[in-house]
Design a protein around this ligand. Structure first.
Ligand code: UDP
Length: 239
């Protein structure tokens, strides 16, 4: 497969066309941003680690019956995925209080919830990705009712699967963000990326943060934290 013209450059990835109109070539970068790109940096090795970690999670979810855009890992930093049009809705699932939820509701970081909390954010950098509810999604025509129901249900299923997988490896899945997209036939698929950039992972035994909060909060050892996640998933060899 040949890499064609660059379709899109995001904060952490570049997406290229291929000679197959239904497939795109994704390259993971070492660039890191936080707070809607008001904080910028580089984490050496992040592109490689996130490419491998994300490939691993999508493969695992597919084995468990969750359809997604992932097709194959091409190289250390590259993968081939199905081409989809991403819906402008980010779906966040939370098992414990952290980040914006802890701030907004005045909850102590780390308290665990008896049931997961699902939230939707409107993907719009100009508006700083505001929190929206299902009525807002309808108002904005950002997703249909069926798509919304499917996103919520899939997100909760992903939460059950990944929480268990990570727990077995001594890691607590605190929260994470998912994105979904429509393929050419209009079929909704889980897409984008699942990695320490998009999830909060805490080491269960120590509470140590092994995710992008190390970058957001200048905690240091960011690359080692991402590598630790990859090692816990059986890392070292390329998936
Ligand atoms: N998240 C993400 N991209 C975003 C916003 C959030 O991947 O643009 C992830 C984040 O890493 C965390 C979860 O979604 O795992 C919830 O993030 P939160 O709303 O707490 O925002 P934060 O305080 O991290 O900006």
């Amino acid at each position: 497969m040949n890499r064609g013209e660059m379709l899109y450059e995001g904060k952490a990835k570049r997406v290229y066309l291929t000679d197959d109109p239904d497939r795109v070539w994704v390259e993971y970068k070492d660039d890191a941003t936080a707070f809607n790109a008001r904080k910028k940096g580089k984490i050496t090795g992040k592109g490689q680690l996130n490419n491998q970690i994300s490939s691993f999670f999508f493969r695992y979810l597919r084995e468990k019956g969750i359809e997604n855009h992932f097709l194959e890992t091409l190289s250390d930093t590259e993968q081939i995925v199905k081409k989809v049009a991403i819906l402008p809705v980010e779906v966040v699932v939370r098992n414990r209080a952290a980040g914006s939820l802890a701030r907004r509701l005045g909850l102590e970081e780390g308290i665990s919830f008896s049931r997961p909390v699902v939230e939707f954010y409107y993907k719009d950098d100009r508006l700083d990705d505001p929190l929206i509810n299902e009525d807002h999604i309808r108002l904005l025509n950002a997703a249909t009712d069926d798509q919304l129901a499917m996103m919520r249900q899939t997100a909760l299923k992903v939460n059950r699967l990944l929480s268990k997988l990570m727990e077995e490896r001594g890691i607590t899945l605190v929260d994470f963000k998912l994105e979904f997209g429509l393929n050419r036939e209009g079929h909704l698929l889980l897409a984008d990326e699942i990695s320490p950039d998009t999830c909060r992972f805490w080491e269960a035994a120590t509470g140590q943060k092994l995710d992008k909060d190390r970058f957001r909060r200048d905690l240091g050892n960011v690359e080692n934290a991402y590598r630790e996640i990859w090692n816990r998933l059986g890392g070292e060899t390329r998936v």
